[in-house]
Design a protein around this ligand. Structure first.
Ligand code: BGC
Length: 756
C-alpha cells in the first residue's frame, strides 16, 4: 500500500481520527477509503485479548490463553535465544487471534525492589534488558505482527504513575534508563513504542519531543508508531507535534476534534498530523497485508513450552551440602499453599486468563513419597498455629522439607508499589519453624522482585522460581529432583535489607517529583562501588554441576575506539551432569576522569555443556562497551587508558581478568578562559607546554624563599604550594606573578592556549 498517497486523499478530520483508538484495543477504520482497523492486546508474557467488555487492568475477562514466565523470570535465563522462542510463540498466537500487536516487552529498569511492576520488568541492568528485549522483538515480529516496547521512559515506580515526574540527569538517562530502549530500537526495529504515563524532567512522556522525536527517531532511527500508554495523554495537540502518533484508548472524538481545531487555527502544522497518520497506517498495512488468520494456536504445546522456558529461568540461590537435587525414594514434604496454588504471574494489565495451570503438587503426582501440608493460607495471610504444627509434624517425618513461599498477589501489582521488602510474616514464621523441625529444609520462592530472607542461614537450599508462568510447578519439580539442572542467574541484586538500596532515600519522590539522585549507581553499580555485602549478587546462580574457566584471550592488547575487541574464554563442565552456564563479561574503566561504576555488564552467553565438555564463549566488544555518556559533547565518549575485561560466573565471582589499552583520538572541545585553572590546562599536553613556564615562575615567586624562617617553611610546604597553584585560575597570574606578568601577556597566552 502506498500510504503517502492514501493519506494525501484524506480530509483533515479523517487523518485526525486515525490519531486515537476506536475503543480499548482497536485503531480506527476509515470506511470511505477502505482503511481497515487493527487490534492489539497485552502482553508481555501471554495474550490478554478481550472481546466485549474491555479495560486496561484485567478487570474483565479475556480469552483463554497461555501464561509464560513473566519478565522477571525470563531475564533470569540470561538467554537471548529463549526470549526469541517466547517471542516466536507469542507472534504465532497473535496471528491466530488476529492481533496485529502484542503490548510488550516491558523493559523499565528495576531501580528499587519496591516498584510494583518489577515482576514484568527485566533487570536492574540496561545491557541485559536491551539484549533480551531485542531477541523477544525479533521472535514476535518474524510472524509479521508487531510489539510495543514499553514504557518509554523512566517509569520505574507505580506511585503517582500518571503524574509523577522522573527527574534524571542527562548521563544517567542515557546510560541507565534509555539504553535498553536504544538497543531494542536499533537492533530489532520494533513496530511500535509505548510512551509512559510519567513526566520526564517535567514534561509528560506523551508530549516530550526530545524523547519521542529527537532521540527515538532522529538518533535511533525508529520508524514505527508511538502509542500512548492507556490514558497517558494530557495535551493531545502538543503530543501530535512532539511525535505521539496514536492515543489509546479512545477519547470519544474529543481529542481528534482538538487536533482539527489546532490545525485550522494555525497552532499545529498539518504535516504533523500527516506524519502520525502515515506512521500508523504503515503498521496497519504491514499487518493486514501479511495476516495469517489460519495459523494454528496449539495451547497444549505452548503449555509444555511454558514449562520448558520456566525450567531455564530457575535460579538456585543456595545449595548447602548438595541438599538438592532431591532423591525420589526419600520422603519429601511439600509445605505451603503455593505448592498447590502457585503464584506465577502478577496482577494488572499483564494478567493472563490461563487455559490450564500446573502446580508443583500436580507435577509431583508420579512421586509416591511426596506429602503435602498447607503451612499458611494465601487468602488470609495470617499465622495459624494449627497449620504450623501440621507442617512441623510432616517436616519431622520427612528426609527433606520443601517450603513453597512467596509474595501473595496483593503484595506486588501494577498500580502501586510495595512498601517493604518482606515476605508475609506467616511465611517467615513457617520457614523458621520447619527449619527448626528439620535441618534439611529447602525454600522455593515465587516473587517478582527481591525479598528479605531473615532465615537464610537456617535453610540448606533456596530455589528462586520468580513468577514462572502457568506451568511453573512442573519446572520446579524437575529442578528440585534434578531432572533439569537450574541455570538461571539473578538479573538483579538481592540486598540484605531494603535500606541498602541506592534509591532508598528518595524512592517514590515527594509529591510529583521523583528524583533519581543515585544517578548511574543503580543496583550492582552501587553495591560494588560501596563494597557492600549483599544477600545475593547480580548474576548469581548455582548449578548441580561445576564449571571451570580458562584461557581468556583477546584479539589484541591495544586498541583504538574505532576498533572492536574479540574476547574468548573456554568453559569446561567439570562436574558429573549436564548443565548450562551463563558466562558474564564485565568491563571496568581503570583510569576514568568521571565517576564510573566498578564494572558494567557488556556481554553474556549461555553455554550448554555435557560433563567433561569444553566450549568457547566469544564476545565482540565495540567502543560502546567502553564508553560513558559525556555531557559536554552530548555523546558517548571513550577515554584513553587501561580497561579490565572481567569474566565471571556472577558479578561477585570473577574467574579471569585481562587488560586492554585503549587509545582514543576524540579530543573533547575546550575553550580556555581567564577562569580556567592550571590543572585543567595541564590536561592538554600542548597547552601544558605553553603554560608551564608561567606556572613555574609563579611557583618560584610564591614558594618559600631562601633564608626564610623554618616556621614559614613548615606552614607552606612546596607540595602544598604546588597544589594550591594547580587550582589557581589563569587570571591570578596578575596578582601573584610578583608584578612580572602583565594583562597583555596573559591575553596573549590565552590566545595561544586556545590555538593549542
Ligand atoms: C499499562 C500498560 C498496558 C495498558 C493496556 C496500562 O495501564 O501500563 O502496560 O499495556 O494499560 O492494558
Amino acid at each position: 500500500m502506498d500510504v503517502k498517497k492514501l493519506v494525501a486523499q484524506m480530509t483533515l478530520e479523517e487523518k485526525a481520527s486515525l490519531c486515537s483508538g476506536l475503543d480499548f484495543w482497536h485503531t480506527k477504520p476509515i470506511e470511505r477509503l477502505n482503511v481497515p482497523s487493527i487490534m492489539m492486546s497485552d502482553g508481555p508474557h501471554g495474550l490478554r485479548k478481550q472481546d466485549e467488555r474491555a479495560d486496561h487492568l484485567a478487570v474483565n475477562e479475556s480469552i483463554e490463553a497461555v501464561c509464560f514466565p513473566a519478565g522477571s523470570a525470563m531475564a533470569a535465563s540470561f538467554d537471548t535465544e529463549l526470549f526469541h522462542t517466547l517471542g516466536d510463540a507469542l507472534g504465532a498466537s497473535c496471528q491466530a487471534e488476529k492481533l496485529a500487536l502484542v503490548l510488550g516487552p516491558a523493559i523499565n529498569i528495576k531501580r528499587s525492589p519496591l516498584c510494583g511492576r518489577n515482576f514484568e520488568y527485566l533487570s536492574e541492568d540496561p545491557y541485559l534488558a536491551g539484549q533480551a528485549a531485542a531477541a523477544y522483538i525479533k521472535g514476535v515480529q518474524a510472524h509479521n505482527v508487531g510489539v510495543s516496547v514499553k514504557h518509554y521512559a523512566a517509569n520505574s515506580q507505580e506511585h503517582r504513575r500518571m503524574s509523577s515526574s522522573s527527574e534524571i540527569d542527562e548521563r544517567t538517562m542515557r546510560e541507565i534508563y534509555l539504553a535498553a530502549f536504544e538497543t531494542a530500537v536499533k537492533e530489532a526495529k520494533p513496530w511500535t513504542i509505548m510512551c509512559s504515563y510519567n513526566r520526564i524532567n517535567g514534561t509528560y512522556a506523551s508530549e516530550n519531543k526530545r524523547y519521542l522525536t529527537d532521540i527515538l527517531r532522529g538518533e535511533w532511527g525508529f520508524d514505527g508508531f508511538v502509542v500512548s500508554d492507556w490514558g497517558a495523554v494530557s495535551d493531545r495537540v502538543k503530543g501530535v507535534e512532539a511525535g505521539l502518533d496514536l492515543e489509546m484508548p479512545a477519547s470519544r472524538g474529543v481529542n481528534d476534534a482538538k487536533i482539527v481545531k489546532a490545525v485550522s487555527e494555525g497552532r499545529l502544522d498539518e504535516k504533523y498530523v500527516d506524519l502520525a497518520a502515515e506512521n500508523i497506517l504503515n503498521i496497519v498495512y504491514k499487518y493486514v497485508e501479511n495476516a495469517k488468520p489460519d495459523t494454528v494456536w496449539d495451547k497444549e504445546q505452548q503449555h509444555e513450552l511454558s514449562a520448558k522456558i520456566a525450567e531455564e529461568c530457575m535460579v538456585l540461590l543456595k545449595n548447602e551440602g548438595g541438599i538438592l537435587p532431591l532423591t525420589k525414594s526419600d520422603e519429601i514434604a511439600f509445605i505451603g499453599e503455593f505448592a498447590k496454588c502457585p503464584r506465577f504471574q502478577g496482577g494488572g494489565s499483564s494478567h493472563i486468563r490461563c487455559f490450564k495451570t500446573t502446580s508443583a503438587l500436580e507435577a509431583a503426582e508420579g512421586y509416591p513419597n511426596v506429602r503435602y501440608a498447607k503451612g499458611f493460607d494465601i487468602e488470609t495471610d495470617t499465622t495459624s498455629e494449627t497449620l504450623l504444627k501440621e507442617a512441623e509434624e510432616l517436616a519431622k517425618k520427612s528426609h527433606v522439607a520443601v517450603v513453597f513461599a512467596g509474595l501473595p498477589d496483593s503484595y506486588e501489582s501494577e498500580g502501586y508499589d510495595r512498601v517493604h521488602m518482606r515476605l508475609p510474616e506467616c511465611q517467615n514464621e513457617l520457614i523458621r519453624r520447619v527449619a527448626a523441625a528439620n535441618p534439611n529444609t529447602v525454600v522455593v520462592l515465587h516473587n517478582g522482585s527481591p525479598v528479605e530472607m531473615p532465615w537464610v542461614d537456617g535453610v540448606k537450599g533456596i530455589l528462586e522460581a520468580y513468577l514462572g508462568g502457568q506451568a511453573v510447578g512442573k519446572a520446579i519439580v524437575r529442578a528440585l529432583f534434578g531432572e533439569a539442572n537450574p541455570s538461571g542467574k539473578l538479573p538483579e541484586t538481592f540486598p540484605l535489607r531494603l535500606e541498602d538500596n541506592p534509591s532508598h532515600l528518595f524512592f517514590g519522590g515527594e509529591k510529583d517529583i521523583a528524583e533519581y539522585r543515585e544517578g548511574v549507581f543503580v543496583g550492582y553499580r552501587y553495591y560494588d562501588k560501596k563494597k557492600m555485602q549483599v544477600l545475593f549478587p547480580f548474576g548469581h546462580g548455582l548449578s548441580y554441576t561445576s564449571f571451570a574457566y580458562s584461557n581468556l584471550r583477546f584479539s589484541k592488547k591495544e586498541m583504538t575506539e574505532h576498533e572492536t575487541l574479540i574476547v574468548s574464554v573456554d568453559v569446561t563442565n567439570t562436574g558429573k551432569v549436564f548443565g548450562k552456564e551463563a558466562v558474564q563479561l564485565y568491563v571496568a574503566d581503570k583510569e576514568s576522569t568521571v565517576f564510573r561504576p566498578e564494572k558494567e555488564l557488556k556481554g553474556f552467553q549461555k553455554l550448554a555443556l555435557s560433563p567433561g565438555e569444553t566450549k568457547t564463549a566469544t564476545f565482540t566488544l565495540d567502543s560502546r562497551a567502553f564508553a560513558y555518556w559525556n555531557t559536554q559533547i552530548h555523546d558517548w565518549h571513550v577515554e584513553s587508558g587501561a580497561f579490565d575485561v572481567l569474566i565471571g560466573t556472577s558479578s561477585r565471582d570473577i574467574r579471569c581478568v585481562e587488560t586492554v589499552d585503549m587509545s582514543s583520538d576524540v579530543q573533547l572541545p575546550v575553550t580556555y578562559t581567564m577562569d580556567s585553572i592550571f590543572l585543567d590546562i595541564f590536561g592538554n599536553p600542548r597547552a601544558k607546554a605553553a603554560i608551564k613556564p608561567m606556572f613555574d615562575a609563579i611557583l618560584g615567586i610564591l614558594g618559600p624563599q631562601e633564608g626564610e624562617s623554618s616556621t614559614a617553611l613548615e606552614a607552606i610546604s612546596p607540595e602544598m604550594m604546588e597544589a594550591m597553584l594547580r587550582y589557581m585560575p589563569l587570571r591570578c597570574g596578575l596578582s601573584f606573578g610578583g608584578g612580572r606578568i602583565s594583562e597583555d601577556q596573559l591575553n596573549a597566552l590565552l590566545e595561544q592556549l586556545n590555538r593549542a
